[in-house]
Design a protein around this ligand. Structure first.
Ligand code: ADP
Ligand code: ZN
Length: 432
């Protein structure tokens, strides 16, 4: 059962709409100070767009552009028509602001409702949103989607774990939105309280906002006895509701009636052949207040080949491998934190949190991986722990090709915030 018409469009229908909507988006964008100047500089004529390939001739928009145009250089309509603004959480630097008109919010809510409906959430479900509200889009973005679908929606916000748990049990919550690092932490707190996470009524979890691995997903599904669906979005493209897994859980359908997605080589910006991993570049097709054209997301993924068994023609992207700027270079080797997570989360002795630290010792880079060990294993004798440490080290070395120092630490001893997890601390170059 489908939530709306565009969800069942064929490839032809999608592409036809994309061309028309791209043209309209460019016309709207041209009214903004930023795109007005950019289009003049590059000789962009919206009316000359004939096919989807024409998008490749358009200039990119970068995070830096958005920062420089702060606060309203990208506004394509009068300020008075804007009804909401969000600011990106600033994981990687100065924030950027995104404005929405009433129509923009309306479409965003219906995209979000479509995502939730796709995995089987219905108005009879009780939905608890456990991510931060305020400027972060995971709050209101998900909230209005759940209300649009008709769920009783509990705006729990982030943190205050004991209260979260009380709400879940008192109101028989069947669906939640939660970021992966916090979900793993929640399992620990539940166990401390003597509650088996699987005994909670939750059946669906929308999990996203930061990278996590298939191994972490499996762990969450088992611990909570619930289905976990990967949810992808970014403030610049509204927020959540950009790409979402269907019930097949094999990649995320990117809503191509609302966005044009491209995958390019991060270094050159050149388009990559289908199926290759590169940087996701996104264009809004429906936003009127602040259209964004060919935005370099810096997120790494690929289009999954072939049709999805669910029958939806909107193409799927793979789980986000990380951000371009997440890459660690150590001893000349490139490493992504998610490679480390995949190894750790697959080991039953490993707890719910880990931290990667980079140091420079003399002229040598050193990578230390602090790994929480589950309580029941931490009480084991020294020999068993040393054996575990050796096993973790050798599995990590096989994956990342350098030998890390592995430090085993007690469960819940690593820093755990309410927002996105900080997986890497780079201390190189900070000493004088
Ligand atoms: P910030 O860039 O400050 O984190 P946002 O709150 O807009 O701002 O977060 C969007 C970013 O979060 C994405 O660009 C991506 O890096 C990350 N993200 C969102 N959803 C996922 C997901 N499901 N998997 C991996 N990363 C995600
Ligand atoms: Zn599908």
């Amino acid at each position: 059962m489908l939530y709306d018409d565009a969800e069942k469009w064929s490839r032809e229908e999608i592409e036809k709409a994309q061309i028309e909507r791209l043209r309209r988006s460019l016309q709207k964008a041209a009214a903004s100070r930023f795109y007005g100047a950019l289009f003049r500089e590059h000789g962009v004529n919206p009316d000359a767009v004939r096919g989807l390939d024409d998008i490749r001739r358009l200039p990119f928009t970068t995070k830096k552009d958005l920062r420089q145009a702060y606060p309203d250089g990208l506004l394509a309509m009068p300020h008075a028509d804007m009804v909401r603004m969000h600011v990106s959480s600033g994981t990687t630097g100065a924030p950027t602001v995104i404005y929405h008109t009433k129509n923009d919010l309306d479409w965003w809510a219906s995209l979000m409702a479509r995502c939730m409906h796709m995995v089987g959430i219905r108005p009879t479900d009780v939905f608890q949103n456990m991510s931060g509200y305020g400027l972060f889009t995971g709050g209101l973005g998900i909230h209005y989607g759940a209300e649009r679908l008709g769920c009783l929606t509990i705006p729990a916000g982030a943190g205050n774990t004991k209260r979260q748990i009380k709400l879940i049990t008192d109101f028989n919550v069947t669906a939640v939105h939660i970021i992966p690092s916090y979900a793993l932490h929640l399992a620990n707190v539940l166990r401390d309280m003597g509650v088996d996470p699987a005994s909670l009524p939750i059946r669906f979890a929308l999990v996203g906002a930061e990278p996590y691995t298939e191994e972490a997903r499996r762990r969450l599904e088992e611990m909570f006895d619930m289905k976990v669906y990967n949810s992808y979005g970014l403030s610049e493209m509204n927020g959540p509701g950009v790409a979402f897994e269907c019930a097949e859980q094999r990649g995320m359908h990117l809503w191509e009636d609302a966005y044009i997605a491209e995958i390019v080589a991060p270094e050159t910006g050149e388009p990559l052949p289908d199926g290759e991993t590169g940087e996701l570049v996104m264009t809004t097709l429906g936003r009127e207040g602040m259209p964004v054209i060919r935005y370099r997301t810096r997120d790494l993924t690929r289009f999954l080949p072939g049709p999805c068994p669910c029958g939806r023609a909107h193409r799927r992207i793979d789980r986000i491998a990380g951000r371009c700027d997440d890459m660690i270079i150590i001893k000349g080797v490139n490493i992504y934190p998610m490679q480390v997570e995949a190894i750790l989360m697959a080991m039953p002795e490993v707890g719910q949190n880990y931290l990667i630290e980079l140091d420079r010792v003399g002229v040598m880079d050193q990578i230390t991986i602090k790994v929480e060990v589950k309580e029941e294993f931490f009480v084991e004798d020294m020999r068993a722990l040393t054996g575990l440490q050796k096993r973790i080290t050798s599995r990590l070395r096989d994956e990342i090709l350098v030998t890390p120092r592995v430090e085993l630490v007690e469960a819940k001893s690593l820093p755990q915030g309410e927002g996105k997890a900080k997986r890497v601390i780079d201390k190189r170059g900070t000493d004088s």
